[in-house]
Design a protein around this ligand. Structure first.
Ligand code: AKB
Length: 338
């Protein structure tokens, strides 16, 4: 019997690095990746097949379908929120059309090998849109069905793709004589800002937290583009990768939703600065507020209610605010730049 195959799109990004590491360590699946750029050496050597190309390239997806029996997909390829505001058409192409073509690919793949394809989709707190700061303060921990009025291109893309995934999972071709839905087993997490000790994000709006920490560790000055009182949820990258793997392994019958909030801690920008300055006493971090990027972060919730994820598939982040900094971020980052 052929080894089951996992496909990872956007594999060269931040989440991909952590995920490939974990999947390769388990060794129970062949890993096939697609990314528009070559993977860096540290992860390239851990995958069975690296494809350099676009998820919009149908012929390429068809070739993969002919070669492999894929039964698990982590669809990580995306343009993040800040980048998407500068190139909304490109964002729509990658974030929406790319996801649509991957969902169709998953449907055909499942039809051809006769087993459902688990489709893991990292959505985002950007799917929310709170109208003003007063509402944000009042809302507190936002649950999955509240405030779904994103103001960014990226947020609109993420929310729509959650709906598309749910359509494939539950209603695909609902007027056809035979049932077609249920072959794509779509599961999404709405990630908060993710902070990795090993990589830096590119093009996001929650980037101020990881940028501040990495700049301090490198001895560089940093101008934080949000106000000190800015508050959104964050999570250590290792817990983010854990969440994807735990959700992928969850028994389907336990899942009452297709999209789940996950959160870990939600410090203000000032609190992040304080911890960073304590760890790197020479750090020079100033406030250089960018009114427009601030507006985006202000529209995201200050915290999320992740009780559904905890109940349905046992989500339990290992790192709270204290541990994330003292046991993961600071020591790993120090070592990285030593
Ligand atoms: C971004 O800032 O765009 C992402 C996100 C919160 O999804 N990090």
């Amino acid at each position: 019997m052929r080894k089951p195959v996992v496909l990872i799109t956007g594999a060269g990004g931040e989440i991909g690095h952590g995920l490939i590491d974990r999947l390769a360590g388990r060794g129970d699946r062949a890993i096939v990746t697609i990314d528009i750029s070559r993977l860096d050496e540290t992860i390239a050597k851990k995958v069975d097949r690296e494809v350099t190309g676009s998820i919009l390239d149908r012929a390429l997806l068809e070739r993969l379908m002919a070669e492999y029996e894929i039964d698990l997909i982590f669809h990580l390829a995306a343009l993040l929120s800040t980048r998407s505001e500068f190139t909304p058409m490109a964002a729509h192409q990658v974030n929406v059309e790319g996801t649509m073509s991957l969902l169709e690919f998953a449907q055909h793949e499942a039809e051809s090998h006769g087993r459902p394809v688990v489709f893991i989709y990292p959505s985002s707190i950007a799917a929310y849109g709170l109208p003003d700061l007063e509402t944000k303060q009042r809302a507190g921990r936002v649950s999955e069905d509240q405030y779904l009025h994103p103001t960014t291109m990226y947020g609109c893309n993420k929310l729509y793709c959650e709906l598309l995934g749910t359509y494939y999972a539950r209603h695909y071709k609902q007027l056809a004589a035979e049932a077609h839905s249920g072959r794509v087993d779509f599961r999404a997490v709405r990630f908060p800002g993710l902070i990795s000790a090993l990589t830096l994000p590119a093009g996001g709006t929650s980037d101020y937290a990881p940028e501040m920490i990495h700049a301090a560790a490198r001895g560089e000055r940093y101008g934080c583009f949000v106000r000190p009182d800015t508050q959104i949820p964050f999570m250590a990258m290792t817990d983010g990768v854990d969440a994807l793997l735990t959700l992928a392994a969850a028994p389907r019958e336990r899942l009452q939703r297709t999209a789940y909030n996950v959160g870990a801690f939600n410090p203000t920008a000032q609190e992040i600065r304080d911890v960073v300055v304590e760890a790197f006493p020479g750090a020079e971090i100033a406030w250089a507020v960018d009114r427009k990027r601030q507006g985006i972060v202000d529209s995201w919730p200050a915290d999320v209610d992740d009780s559904a994820a905890r109940r349905d598939w046992g989500f339990a982040p290992r790192y709270d605010w204290q541990r994330a900094f003292s046991e993961y971020l600071i020591p790993t980052i120090r070592q990285r730049y030593a």
